[in-house]
Design a protein around this ligand. Structure first.
Ligand code: PEP
Length: 249
């Protein structure tokens, strides 16, 4: 049975003190349910977050990592550095990394391989831009993104993969894909995984939806059979909003 996951991508928000405060609020207010809570603060606050959430049922994830094992890559962070402080989950392929830092699916395939080599779990983001949806190319585009970044993997690697479908036009815009649009795409993705990897992989992979998920729309989005959770940006920066989304399952 696949997992329900709600992950907060904090992006370049929250300094160290603010990170502690938000985590304390989340820890104090969170209810116990079966939904896994993931938080992804910025690199400099990861160790603080790991220490703060120790045994509190919250997973700490990185927002990115470099594909190389190490070396002369000023400003970058390697997989081993993350796992050495207890960060074993990484978000890869976020649309902001693709748009502002020119990350391609070919590059992401390398990052995925490095993360897997270090036995990390990957929350892999992908999704179409508005122009793709307007010309009805969104299914094709999503298929290519998955094929180019992930379909070289072995079946067994998929236990470490979480998919996050994030239509770019819905990220930080207040626009959300309708629950029907989300379900339609998630179903398409699961059917595609089934074709390539078989029923078991397809049934077990969690597919998260991301794009302006808020407390008032989470329940409807999460009620779809192929939506297994959310990747949350803006609403993850406030404990009450974030937990209301977690509790929407
Ligand atoms: C995101 O950045 O992954 C995201 C979904 O942001 P928001 O929830 O703010 O649209």
């Amino acid at each position: 049975m696949r997992k329900h996951i709600v992950a907060g991508n904090w992006k370049m928000h929250k300094n160290n003190q603010e990170t502690v405060k938000l985590l304390e609020e989340i820890i104090a207010k969170k209810a116990t349910n079966d939904t896994e809570i993931v938080v992804a603060p910025t690199f400099v606050n990861l160790l603080t977050a790991v220490e703060k959430t120790n045994s509190k049922g919250i997973t700490v994830a990185a927002q990115n990592m470099h594909q190389a094992e190490g070396g002369a890559f000023t400003g970058e962070v390697a997989a081993d550095m993350l796992t050495s402080i207890g960060v074993n989950t990484v978000i890869l392929g976020h649309s902001e990394r693709r748009a502002y830092f020119h990350e391609t699916d070919a590059l992401l395939a390398l990052k995925v391989d490095t993360a897997l080599k270090h036995e990390m779990r990957i929350i892999f983001c992908f999704g179409e831009e508005l122009k793709d949806r307007q010309i009805d190319n969104h299914f094709n585009l999503v298929e290519y993104q998955l094929r180019d970044a992930l379909f070289h993997l072995e079946k067994s690697d998929w236990s470490k993969i979480v998919l996050a479908y994030e239509p770019v036009w819905a990220i930080g815009t207040g626009e959300t894909a309708s629950p029907a649009q989300a379900q339609e795409m998630h179903k398409f993705i699961r059917t595609l995984i089934d074709k390539v990897y078989g029923y078991e992989v397809a049934e077990n992979v969690s597919i998260l939806y991301g794009g302006s998920v808020k407390p008032d729309n989470a329940k409807e989005i999460f009620s779809n059979p192929d939506v297994d959770g959310g990747l949350i940006g803006g609403a993850a920066l406030n404990a009450d909003d974030f937990l209301a989304i977690v509790n929407a399952f």
